[in-house]
Design a protein around this ligand. Structure first.
Ligand code: GLU
Length: 278
């Protein structure tokens, strides 16, 4: 087995990159360099309603300016092309079919806001509500033709998912308490974040996923997907989140803290790194 260290940074082009992204990605780069590894840049543009090409250009530019260097990505190619999720739909579809055949999913006709949100990673406070189980026993044949439905992953009731996080140590999550049956595929033909990210991290042979602590619970979901797809999971390292002066997690709406704005204000990458790692 090839055990060379491979890590990735996987931003979504739905706004400008801010100091929080820069901090997490810098940690990813440092961990990767210390292992003589390969850093992959993946453009997570699956949310076609919110992703914008100008943000793709901006994130590549701003992260490079900040001092990040990747060896594979949409701008430089590599052995696992394409590096933009919008061009990888056949891979997700294949995984969907595999999950349907193995009985891991159920069709769901509930219409809820979380279906729309499912293409985005659920950052702090954005997690979908526990699914009440309404469509658990629904069969595909029972759905009237033309009616929209989504595919959901049926989480094993009361199973504890345990993993050893490289930063936070041992983690335990309980299925159907900490998260419920989650969306895999939307009725409009798009995979969820949970499916796309799992398929890609496996296909790109990522050995360690470094990302923000608000995705710890998503890691538990993804571990169930690795299992259901017969894939071996990477290691995980979640980083503490950077907060603003009010203690709120930074979000793309904090424009004043976007790398772009800070650069325009004359800040240098060195100053910013000193500020976020003080
Ligand atoms: N595209 C996701 C985000 O920007 C990445 C999450 C992850 O690293 O898995 O939130």
């Amino acid at each position: 087995m090839n055990t060379a260290y491979r890590s990735r940074i996987a931003p979504s082009p739905t706004g400008y990159m801010h100091l929080g992204h820069a901090r997490t990605f810098w940690i990813a780069q440092q961990r990767c360099r210390s292992q003589n590894g390969t850093l992959v840049f993946r453009n997570e543009d699956i949310d076609t309603a919110r992703a914008r090409p100008e943000y793709v250009t901006a994130m590549l530019e701003d992260l490079r300016w900040f001092g990040l260097e990747w060896q594979e990505g949409p701008d430089c190619g590599g052995p696992h092309q394409p590096y933009s999720q919008s061009q990888r739909l056949p891979l997700y579809k294949q995984a969907l079919d595999q999950l349907i055949i193995s009985g891991a999913l159920f069709p769901c006709i509930c219409t809820r806001q979380d279906v729309l949100r499912s293409t985005n990673a659920p950052h702090a406070g954005e997690d979908e509500p526990l699914y009440p189980g309404t469509c658990h026993n629904l069969k595909l044949a029972e759905i009237p033709s033309g009616k929209h439905f989504n595919w959901r992953f049926k989480v094993p009731n009361a199973q504890t998912i345990t993993f050893n996080d490289g930063n936070f140590g041992e983690q335990h999550y309980l299925a159907n308490r900490d998260f419920g049956d989650f969306i895999i595929w939307r009725h409009d033909g798009l995979p969820s974040y949970q499916l796309a990210v799992t398929v890609d991290d496996a296909a790109m042979q990522i050995t360690e996923v470094v990302r923000g602590a608000d995705l710890l619970k998503s890691t538990a979901r993804q571990l169930l997907l690795y299992q259901a797809l017969n894939l071996s999971p990477p290691r995980f390292y979640h980083c503490e989140l950077l907060r603003d002066e009010q203690g709120r997690r930074l979000a793309k709406r904090h424009d004043s803290l976007s790398l772009r704005q800070l650069r325009q204000n004359g800040k240098t990458p060195e100053e910013l790194r000193a500020q976020i790692f003080n």
